[in-house]
Design a protein around this ligand. Structure first.
Ligand SMILES: Nc1ncnc2c1ncn2[C@@H]1O[C@H](COP(=O)(O)OP(=O)(O)OP(=O)(O)O)[C@@H](O)[C@H]1O
Ligand code: SF4
Ligand SMILES: [Mg+2]
Length: 388
């Protein structure tokens, strides 16, 4: 597991607050992201996990200005990069800032690399656009970057086309392009899903080395909890367009405060031992994002659901620390006070105190647990080929 670092003392680089994104479709309006908030500090890795379609990619695409508008639109929220709002400024200004300060790696490099241009020209182009260097300097920088991402014989490979590289090498080229302008934030949307385990381990190791050298913040989207355990400092669990639980890796794995997180843990193999066990899938399907439910979005699938859950969407409550939050009525303080003691301060206004009291009473009456015990064996993830 990644060594714990006290990131709270580090500079917050990216701040996302109440981000909401919708798409117009023939079937209606898809509410893809519904009030997502998070922060990432220098040198910190935030993993975003959740089932397919829960809004992970749309969230990070919004930060990069990659939402097609129309049919998409950002209906609320702000995104601040080094304290500067990048949603409220002109597209040109935002793009300049984004391209230099935020780099992005996609799952499939073939869809992001231009098949008709040598990789050297593509990397040099990125550097030239943002740093305004000459063609010769751009080529020199391209070779340096290919060496940095450990492409052998970079001086000759710089003139090769993407199809002449293997999948892992193409992903390294993507990483070289993403870090070409020394971004302070690197977004990786499932960067290793298409790769085999050994290559995946090498790419993750490279990302960690680059992060250490450059003190970059990383936002990592992945389906693999083993990857989360090895790479992340903190985790945001998304469900139906919302973050339903967030906290440090240890809090999410060992002190989970949301039934969905626990369901994900049971449904996903995390290590070789678990791969041989019978995994328990989460029954049912996420709600329709055309018409999200008024209550908790996990209500239909939740083994712990109470009456209030179908009626009111819970706010984010504190679980085991001020930074560990769960959007679940089971976490409502037992003695719900006006103002909601135990809740994150900034979210108190969203909670109706009478509902909090109802939920507390319902939880107590049914003797429900508010804390989900995790397996006692230490979680190690799939460590094959990984650096400690
Ligand atoms: N251009 C678009 N037009 C309409 N709907 C869209 C568009 N892009 C995304 N969506 C919808 O937004 C929702 C969230 O999609 P998103 O791609 O963010 O999911 P995801 O969590 O990244 O899933 P996956 O794990 O499969 O990559 C989905 O319902 C998706 O169909
Ligand atoms: S709020 Fe209710 S339905 Fe939603 S996750 Fe918590 S217990 Fe389950
Ligand atoms: Mg995605």
């Amino acid at each position: 597991m990644k060594n714990a670092t006290n990131h709270r003392t580090k500079e917050t680089l990216l701040e996302v607050s109440d981000l909401r994104v919708e798409f117009d479709t023939y079937g209606g309006i898809v509410k893809a992201v519904r009030g997502v908030s998070f922060e990432v500090a220098r040198g910190e890795t935030l993993a975003i996990v959740g089932e397919s379609g829960c809004g992970k990619s749309v969230t990070v695409q919004s930060l990069m200005g990659l939402i097609p508008m129309p049919p998409g639109r950002i209906t609320s929220g702000f995104v601040k990069l080094k304290g500067q709002d990048i949603l409220g400024v002109s597209l040109e200004k935002a793009n300049q800032f984004r391209g230099k300060e935020i780099g992005m790696i996609f799952q499939d490099p073939m869809t992001s690399l231009n098949p008709t241009m040598t990789v050297g020209k593509q990397i040099a182009e990125t550097v030239r656009v943002h740093d305004g260097v000459s063609a010769d300097e751009g080529r020199k920088r391209a070779i340096e970057l290919l060496e940095l991402v450990q492409i052998p014989e970079a001086k000759s490979r710089v003139d090769h086309y993407p199809f002449q590289f293997s999948g892992g090498m193409r992903q390294r080229v993507m990483i070289a392009m993403a870090i070409a302008c020394k971004p302070s934030v690197l977004i990786a949307d499932e960067p290793t899903t298409a790769l085999d385990v050994t290559i995946q381990a090498q790419i993750l190791r490279l990302l960690r080395e680059l992060q250490r050298e450059r003190d970059m913040a990383i936002i990592l989207i992945t389906h693999d909890l083993g990857v989360v355990a090895q790479m992340a400092d903190k985790v945001a669990v998304m469900y139906a367009g919302q973050i339903v639980e967030s906290g440090t890796v240890d809090e999410i794995f060992y002190q989970s405060g949301h039934p969905y997180t626990l369901g994900l843990r049971s449904a996903m193999p995390e290590n070789d031992e678990e791969k041989s066990k019978v995994l328990i899938p989460i029954e049912g399907a996420p709600p329709d994002l055309f018409n999200p439910p008024v209550g908790c979005s996990y209500f239909e699938r939740c083994p712990n659901a109470m009456k209030i859950c179908g009626r009111e969407n819970p706010a984010l409550f504190n679980v085991s620390s001020p930074e560990h939050l769960s959007r679940c009525w089971l976490q409502v303080p037992r003695r719900a006070q006006p103002g909601g003691g135990g809740m994150r301060k900034s979210l108190r206004h969203t909670l109706n105190t009478a509902d909090a009291a109802d939920a507390a009473a319902e939880t107590a009456a049914e003797g429900r647990v508010t804390f989900f015990e995790q397996p006692s064996a230490p979680f190690r993830g799939d460590e094959s080929g990984m650096a400690p």
